[in-house]
Design a protein around this ligand. Structure first.
Ligand code: SF4
Ligand code: SF4
Length: 413
């Protein structure tokens, strides 16, 4: 694609980066076939190619409008278009730049500003955990629509002491996961313990920054990234841990891009790269030990017909879908295939709150394809997708690590 950037864009680092990405696009339109918003809305401006064109216009000096902002807002940032694109267009990086530029030029209506601020501060606040517990306690009295959004509390169970294990890893503390589904972290700790890996959760690290980043506060997101690096780096440099383990693919996808986000920060660029070099999805940690784990699993306790929903942050951002599916099959799970497994379920961080209609349409579309496979359980690897899908079905939706944990035979002695 030919570009003719405005002078301010030609002279800025993000303008030059965007230009490189834009020039790769050949306008073939292959990406429209796998874009969830184009599939649902049928509007070229709600497709990757259309959004690329809108961002190009802004960089060439055209004033963005509220309509430009809304087309960019409707993007799920699922990056399905990147997987499909034959020209290697890094759409994810381009949409970050485009949104940032448009945000500076187009003021949102007051109600939207309040909603976004409330989401940023609410989900990042220390009050989230107690508030969520109150919601769980009152779940039975909540209206049906709200009840489906609050996960029933499950006992995380007893945790083994794992400090004496020869190998040690850090676990991402996350922001909402420990409150919403503490069973995921507990299961991770127990499963890793069975393969000789001890797990530590350390203070000082918190949300990966994704929420703030995608809710128009990139400065706050970068501050969270720096704080996490400061908390993790001493453990890496002391040699006490070998990896930082992610059991929510949404967080993992953000943390593996810390070095990119902090590339212009002279104090943090190198530190961020060191962190990125140590980040692993929990499936990557478990995969080399499949045989050892399989010997400890009671196959009769595994679901018989599970379907695996690969989150976009796992398959399109990190390319870990094949590894995850092979791991689950090697552990004895017979995964049921279903149509459109490449498409987003509509969760996408705060998207289900900000764009409820598109989000619900995509959820129901995903669930109808899943139900055709008649699964007795839906497995996934990201808390956002798990909660979102569960809100629309009575079929249990779980993180795969929980299912593996529950199938482990008790330790003797
Ligand atoms: S598939 Fe790639 S090259 Fe083709 S229009 Fe989409 S982004 Fe551009
Ligand atoms: S990131 Fe997803 S929703 Fe956004 S343009 Fe690409 S395919 Fe469409």
């Amino acid at each position: 694609m030919q570009t003719s950037l405005a002078e301010w864009a030609r002279n800025s680092a993000i303008g030059q980066e965007a230009d490189e990405i834009l020039r790769r696009c050949v306008h073939c339109g292959f990406c429209t076939a796998t874009c969830p918003t184009y599939q649902v809305l049928g509007d070229e401006l709600d497709s990757p190619r259309g959004r690329i064109y809108l961002i190009k216009e802004v960089l060439e000096g055209k004033e963005p409008t509220r309509s430009t902002q809304q087309h960019l807002d409707r993007c799920l940032t699922c990056r399905n278009c990147e997987t499909t694109c034959p020209s290697g267009v890094e759409y994810g990086r381009l949409i970050d730049i485009g949104r940032h530029l448009v945000e500076q030029k187009v003021e949102r209506p007051p109600a939207e500003q309040v909603q976004r601020k409330a989401l940023r501060s609410g989900l990042n606040s220390s009050f989230f955990a107690p508030a969520y517990r109150v919601g769980q306690a009152l779940r039975g009295w909540l209206p049906a629509t709200l009840q489906r959004k609050v996960m029933a509390r499950r006992d995380p169970g007893a945790l083994p002491s794992t400090f004496s294990q020869p190998r040690q890893v850090l676990i991402m503390a996350g922001c909402v996961q420990p409150s919403m589904m503490p069973t995921i972290d507990a299961a991770t700790i127990r499963v890793l313990n069975r393969i000789g890996i001890g797990t530590r959760v350390i203070q000082g690290a918190s949300c990966c920054g994704a929420l703030n980043f995608h809710l128009d506060d990139q400065d706050a997101a970068l501050a969270q990234m720096r704080a996490n690096i400061d908390a993790w780096l001493p453990w890496i440099e002391s040699g006490k841990i070998e990896a930082i383990v992610m059991n929510a693919s949404g967080c993992g996808a953000t943390v593996v891009e810390y070095a990119h986000h902090l590339r212009h920060d002279p104090q943090y660029a190198v530190k961020a790269q060191k962190v990125v070099d140590h980040v692993r999805d929990v499936a990557q940690i478990v995969a080399p030990h499949t045989q050892l784990l399989r010997e400890q699993i009671d196959i009769a306790r595994l679901p018989r017909r599970p379907a695996f929903h690969p989150p976009c942050t796992l398959q399109h951002w990190q390319g870990l879908r094949p590894l995850s599916e092979k791991l689950l099959a090697d552990l004895g799970l017979t995964l049921q295939p279903f149509n459109e497994s490449h498409l987003c379920c509509g969760s996408a961080g705060a998207y289900s709150v900000l764009q409820p209609e598109i989000s619900t349409t995509l959820r129901d579309r995903k669930l109808s394809h899943l139900q055709e496979a008649r699964p007795d359980m839906v497995l996934s690897s990201n808390i956002g997708c798990i909660g979102h899908l569960q809100s629309g079905t009575d079929t249990p939706v779980r993180h795969w690590i929980e299912v593996v944990d529950e199938a482990l035979r008790p330790l003797r002695g």
